[in-house]
Design a protein around this ligand. Structure first.
Ligand SMILES: [Zn+2]
Length: 549
């Protein structure tokens, strides 16, 4: 497989060896790090084995898991399973996959009793925790949780860890019911292991090792760079054009000056103007390219300053950073056509007039905009006219509209709950300010949990909790165990509904959820209050308007 890929790229063509433009390590590096993202089969195999281990770990009652446990780790956890000499090929392979899991897994904190404080990885994007005071090795995370309040013991945490670590710990949401600790795969959105995310995780790992072994170390703004490569690959344009753009950014297009650099006896002169042909020159600054760009800029109004070029990659990144999706598409299509026109001349074809190239680009762009940017605007317009109103619950039921708002510096969130009966009459309102969390999805999940626990606290029966966060509602309604960073809260809500089954959950659009939204935004003002008699001034109008007469 590897041979096939390398032959395709390097191999032999017309009896001559093809040029090695980039190394194998580069080609198989993930796209996020600026490469083509070809597959390394060895790592891919390990990622597949990791999937089998993940199954053993998350479906321990399966027949296969039970058989293996009986044979290899009867008296211990899968993590501590040994690899005896007599073990089968399958088991040895699984142990290879386990190594990958160990590197990538993170524990989600439920009650903290299964996680070893210093031996397990339980803080996302972080290495193992190193306490600043000596702590016993076998201590579990439960030690840091205050039994009475069920919250983190902040004083204890601040004594045991550095400020940075303490802050990270305090930002982990805790369960308010009895939720067990569980392993999660933080490299996928759902927290569930997939071969694709595992492979990509290992590739990035191996790339960093390769870079530091070559003395190139890690780039300080790697995160930023990785974001920009992702941006490049996400441009809405045909893949061949994006590959060309990628080669342009990497300066590995066979321009005159590149060929000369590689000692190929060819001219480094531009076929149009006779100047040195660098990648900048060929695509951007040559008078020929300039003419095309001028027409395209006039037609589509894209903003790209061509005069200042520190490095082609930086220039491209700067442009993409400030460009809209449409601009990025126009740019990619134009650059590709300029390069193609230049190649045609090199292959002995007649020179195409810049205006003709610009015309081709325009037609192509119009087609691309039509097909790649299909927007649901027509649907949106329709619903704009039918003004959605608050939707009442069935007769005899209550509705709790719930919403969350997040604030930065310091991170905090607001919860707004508005309780009404089926006529829309005001019953109660609750507003709460919660410190430390500012992740929107997490905030929505915490707000829903508050609404469900509110109905239990005040012994409300037959309640519809209405939220405008479809993602979290789907997670709560799903039978799958959610392992994402809101997983613990999702499990909490499931447990609470189990205890009080007359509570149901529904999704409403934002415009049906106005009162709760306004309230959540005011959490900084109201802090922590519950009103029962009269609605607060700030949402009185909304409640009046939405009331059914
Ligand atoms: Zn030129």
């Amino acid at each position: 497989m590897r041979m096939t890929i390398s032959n395709q790229f390097w191999g032999i063509e017309n009896g001559k060896k093809k040029m090695h433009w980039r190394s194998w390590e580069w080609l198989t590096t993930p796209k996020a790090l600026g490469s083509m993202g070809f597959r390394d089969m060895e790592l891919f195999n390990q990622a597949m084995l990791g999937k089998q281990c993940w199954r053993l770990l998350t479906v321990p009652h399966s027949l296969c898991a039970r058989v293996l446990k009986g044979r290899y780790f009867l008296h211990c956890d899968f993590w501590f399973a040994p690899q005896p000499r007599s073990s089968s090929f399958i088991w040895r392979s699984l142990m290879h996959g386990k190594k990958l899991l160990e590197k990538g897994i993170v524990w989600r904190v439920g009650d903290g009793r299964r996680i070893q404080l210093t031996r397990d990885r339980w803080i996302e994007n972080s290495f193992l925790l190193k306490p600043i005071v000596p702590l016993p090795d076998d201590l579990t995370v439960h030690f840091l949780i205050d039994e009475e309040s069920g919250d983190w013991n902040e004083g204890l945490i601040r004594t045991c860890f550095t400020e940075g670590d303490a802050d990270k710990i305090l930002q982990i949401p805790l369960s308010k019911t009895t939720c067990e600790d569980f392993p999660a795969w933080p490299h996928s959105k759902t927290g569930i292991y997939t071969v694709k995310t595992a492979y990509s995780f290992m590739r990035i790992e191996s790339f960093h090792r390769f870079m530091s072994a070559n003395g190139r170390g890690e780039n300080s703004d790697q995160k930023e760079t990785s974001k920009m490569w992702k941006r490049l690959w996400s441009i809405k344009a045909p893949p061949k054009m994006k590959v060309m753009l990628w080669r342009m950014a990497k300066d590995c297009l066979p321009t005159g000056s590149q060929l000369k650099l590689r000692n190929l006896h060819s001219s480094d002169m531009c076929c149009y103007c006779g100047r040195e042909e660098t990648v900048q020159h060929a695509i951007l600054t040559c008078q020929y390219a300039y003419e095309v760009w001028r027409e395209i800029k006039r037609c589509f109004g894209i903003k790209c300053k061509i005069q200042y070029l520190p490095s082609i990659k930086q220039w491209l990144f700067d442009f993409l950073d400030g460009a809209t999706d449409e601009d990025a598409t126009v740019f990619t299509i134009t650059a590709w056509h300029i390069w193609e026109a230049r190649n045609a001349v090199h292959n002995g074809e007649n020179l195409t007039h810049p205006n003709r190239v610009a015309e081709k680009v325009k037609t192509y762009v119009q087609m691309a905009l039509m097909h790649l940017f299909k927007s649901p605007t027509s649907h949106r317009c329709e619903s704009e006219y039918s003004v959605p109103k608050w939707i009442p619950p069935p007769d005899g039921w209550l509705m709790i509209n719930v919403d969350a708002a997040t604030f930065k510096n310091p991170p905090r969130m607001g919860v707004g709950l508005v309780v009404r009966d089926h006529r829309g009459d005001f019953i109660a309102v609750c507003c709460q300010l919660i410190q430390r969390f500012d992740d929107p999805e997490l905030a929505e999940a915490i707000a829903i949990r508050r609404a469900v626990s509110f109905s239990s606290e005040y012994n409300l029966q037959q309640v519809v909790v209405a939220s405008d966060c479809l993602g979290v509602i789907k997670k709560i309604k799903s039978k799958v165990y959610d392992r994402s960073n809101v997983g613990v809260i999702v499990q909490d809500v499931k447990n609470l509904i189990c205890e009080n089954p007359s509570v149901t959950l529904t999704y409403v659009s934002r415009r049906c959820n106005k009162a709760a939204h306004v309230l959540a935004k005011q959490a900084d003002v109201f802090k922590d209050v519950v009103w029962f008699n009269e609605s607060p001034e700030i949402i009185r109008n909304i409640i009046c308007n939405e009331r059914l007469i």
